[in-house]
Structures are given as C-alpha cells and as structure tokens.
Design a protein around this ligand. Structure first.
Ligand SMILES: NC(=O)c1ccc[n+]([C@@H]2O[C@H](COP(=O)([O-])OP(=O)(O)OC[C@H]3O[C@@H](n4cnc5c(N)ncnc54)[C@H](O)[C@@H]3O)[C@@H](O)[C@H]2O)c1
Length: 250
C-alpha cells in the first residue's frame, strides 16, 4: 500500500509533541486519528485535511476507552497501521513530598496506560496485516534531574524507565503479528510539559546539549513519524534518543 494510505493513531494529540506528530503526518498525506484526554479543537487548524482526520477523546489509563479509540479509527478508515503514543503526565514532586497515591497515578497513566493503548492498537493492526508502534520514554532516565534543574520526580523517571522495558517486551510479543515497537526518548523539549520550568532551568537544559538549545516538538515528531513509517521497517525494539547530543555534552 502507498504510504499515504496508511492510518496512524496519535495519542497526546492536544499536547506539544503529539500535536506536532498530527501536523507532520497530515502534511505527509497520511490519515490520522488524533486522540487525547482533553477535548481537541474542531479541526479548524487542519481545515484542508479534514477528510484525513478523525478527532477522538481517549483516556489511555482506561482499557475500554483505549479499545473505543481503536474501534473508532477502524470504523472511520477501515484499517490501522500505526500508533504514536505521546499521551503522558509529568510530575515534579520531590522524593520527600511524593505520596503513594500520586506515585501510583503517574505509573497508571504513563506505564499501564502505555501497555493498554499499545495492546488495543496491536489488536486493531493485527486485523489489517500489522504495523508499527512508537512509545515515549525520556532523557531523564539517563541524566539525573533531581538537582532541581528539570524537576523530574522519581515517579516520572521510573515511569519513563519502564517504557524502555516495555519496548523490548512488546517488540517480542507483537513480532508474530508483524508489528514493530520502538520509542523516542526526547531530551528537554519546548512544550506545555516543560512550560513550568523557569528561565534558568531552561537555559541550563539547553546548555547541556551539543546543540546548545532544547528541542522543538517538530524535531521529536519527525523522528517518531520515521519510526512508525515503512522507511524504518528494519528498526525494532529500539529506544532512539532525540536530545541534541545531551548524553555527550554533560
Ligand atoms: N516535553 C518534554 O520535554 C519531554 C521530554 C521527555 C519526554 N517527554 C515525553 O513525550 C511525551 C509527549 O510530551 P509533551 O511534551 O508533548 O507533553 P504535553 O503535556 O504537551 O502533552 C501530553 C498530552 O497527554 C495528554 N494526556 C495526559 N493524560 C492522558 C490520558 N490519561 N489519556 C490520554 N491523554 C492524556 C494530555 O492531555 C496532553 O495533551 C510524553 O510522554 C512525555 O513524557 C517529553
């Protein structure tokens, strides 16, 4: 099939990176189901691509809601070829103030939610011959940001480290269904998730990359879109850092 006939479900579509994924995929001519917990706008921003776009609400921590989003995509477009899963929550609570309830909430959305939406999408993709899944880890799993410079709490870091395990486990599990599973691991990226960082923190995060700046949503979206495409047909079970060379600069 031509790449433009492919159908991709994007979660976190009301957010920075998910929204940029929707924009990029539509621009490339693909068909997209844009999903988020928050209601999405009426598609006004994509007026010239409305025949390629389905907007839906999803709570990825709810199994029935994940299935409903996949079913809605199949009903509208007749197939599903990929999932880019960017929905997630950040958390800045330090170790002293973190409650068990809050820790579990982060894991429920970021980890169990990832499993639930990936499984629902895999079951949908299996109906039409397979596909690809892209998850979201985080550079915070490599670099401790517990110094207050970036404010990622142990719960967030643990949840994003779990995604690395899930990538391998799901790549193995879904291989018989002809579904590849990879993840992007963004460094600090200019979205609502990083909007609560102060100016000093943002400068610090930029300075510790080889690029000398934090990333843009579009830069992450282009790599996620590559991984979900057939151009990445031999990439499976990988976590791809998209961080301006942060690992080498610090
Ligand atoms: N922005 C960064 O600096 C950065 C760095 C590393 C990793 N990441 C990861 O990249 C992904 C995208 O980040 P972003 O910066 O675009 O975040 P964002 O906050 O802009 O968007 C996240 C979206 O997820 C949605 N969401 C939250 N809970 C949900 C749920 N239960 N069901 C469905 N949707 C839900 C939110 O409504 C929001 O629109 C996240 O997984 C994040 O952890 C981001």
């Amino acid at each position: 099939m031509s790449s433009s006939s492919r159908v991709i479900l994007v979660t976190g579509a009301a957010g920075g990176i998910g929204g940029a994924c929707v924009d990029h995929l539509l621009h490339e001519g693909l068909r997209v189901c844009a999903a988020d917990l928050r209601p999405l706008d009426d598609g006004e921003a994509h007026e010239d691509a409305l025949d390629q776009l389905l907007l839906t609400q999803v709570d990825v921590s709810n199994e029935a809601s994940c299935k409903a989003a996949v079913d809605a995509t199949l009903e509208r477009f007749g197939r599903l070829d990929g999932l880019i899963h960017m929905a997630g929550v950040h958390c800045s609570e330090d170790w002293e103030h973190m409650t068990a309830d809050n820790f579990n909430r982060i894991l429920s959305i970021n980890v169990c939610g990832t499993f639930l939406i990936a499984r629902a999408a895999a079951q949908g993709m299996a109906k039409t011959g397979g596909g690809a899944i892209v998850l979201a880890s985080s550079g915070s799993t490599n670099l401790s940001r517990q110094d207050g410079k970036g404010n990622s709490s142990p719960a967030f870091v643990a949840s994003k480290a779990a995604i690395i395990g899930l990538v391998g486990a799901l790549a193995r599990s879904f291989a018989p269904l002809k579904i590849r599973v990879n993840a992007v691991s963004p460094g600090a990226t200019d979205t609502a998730m990083s909007a609560n960082f102060d100016e000093d923190t943002m400068r610090h995060l930029g300075e510790r990359t080889l690029a000398g700046r934090i990333g843009s949503s579009t830069e992450i979206a282009k790599v996620a879109s590559f991984l979900v495409s057939n151009a990445a047909s031999y990439v499976d079970g990988q976590v791809v850092a998209v961080n301006g060379g942060e690992t080498f600069a610090s």
